[in-house]
Design a protein around this ligand. Sequence first.
Ligand code: SF4
Length: 164
Amino acid sequence: MIGLSKALVEQFDGEVPGRLEELVKLPGVGRKTAFVVLGNAFGRPGITVDTHFQRLVRRWRWTEATEPDKIEAAVGALFPKSEWTMLSHHVIFHGRRICHARKPACGACPIAPLCPAYGEGETDPEKAKKLLKYEKGGFPGQRLNPPQAYLDAGGRPAPPLGAG
Ligand code: SF4
């Protein structure tokens, strides 16, 4: 953190640069972090391939690639560029909360009907609920409230599991 702060002050006059090539030269900043910064702070779309993203896109058969840059290219070809940043967030949060590496909570997963890997994890709804992990004040089995902007745009909360 100290090295990063020094580099920002010494090389960029204390401003965070808005270009990938410059961001990745900063101490502790790789492509993954750089894309998060570009997407969220500068509005420049990017695909963030972290460990969750890699695992999930393979489970969903979006790609068989194992190297981050190949995954980035393969998934990037499936979605419009304008969706890349939010897509990355959604996939990563799904991996953190529901589709875990060792014990995916398939029985409590809202996209289970769409998933070619359904059954890799626990399918019993009650047991699966106990596997869910939410951040900040969440508890197993809790559904997060959708963001207000999503509701304002006509979005609807996901129906309860099993409600069709
Ligand atoms: S159904 Fe299971 S494997 Fe598929 S996304 Fe949900 S938790 Fe992951």
